[in-house]
Design a protein around this ligand. Sequence first.
Ligand code: ADP
Ligand code: MG
Length: 215
Amino acid sequence: MTATTLSRDAILDWLRAFATLIDENQDYLTQLDSAIGDADHGVNMHRGMQAVIGKLPGLADKDIGTILKTTGMTLVSTVGGASGPLYGTLFLQMGATTANKLELTLPDWTTALEAGINGVITRGKAEPGDKTMIDAFGPALSALKAANDNGTALSEALRQSAQAAEKGRDATTPLVARKGRASYLGERSAGHQDPGATSAHLLLKAAADTVEKLA
Ligand code: ADP
Ligand code: MG
């Protein structure tokens, strides 16, 4: 039987999987940020996700909304820079749409991610093509919506959204940054992959990997 929903335990597994991917890619993310930023994206995300990991034991019996809201608040309070408030908002908004839920269907997950991404857009004002995390999140959300329309199974839908995020991440390389620190470089920001789009792909890959393991 393949899983048709994300249980609370799956959500906790997803957060752990994301923390692990951030840990494994910390130096890579920081390296990317050293080219067009201030060399702290890996350190920032690692600090934040380690703080989240520390909170998980106390969240094991809570609803998904509480788990995600606590994750968001933890990121806001522990991660400096642009990415802390932006990832914090993503999780806070995901938590708001999943209040009291103990499992998420594919439509629930899609609704939650859409609310989260809209929160990031409201807060950061980035548009597609500005060379930010939105360039990975946007295509991932479109892929999820298409999967909903096509009746695609949960695990395949999450894989497709991760693949769309990966493509979106790769497509940031030639772009000139129009938001965040990288925008200070103007044309010189072109030719470098965006760090935030890179971590955003890891978030969606963690979800796909987690559900694949549930099968
Ligand atoms: P900082 O830029 O403050 O040092 P980080 O290095 O942790 O913060 O994160 C940088 C990433 O944040 C960028 O690669 C980009 O993807 C993302 N980012 C920056 N500004 C915005 C914004 N306004 N909207 C969306 N994402 C943004
Ligand atoms: Mg930085």
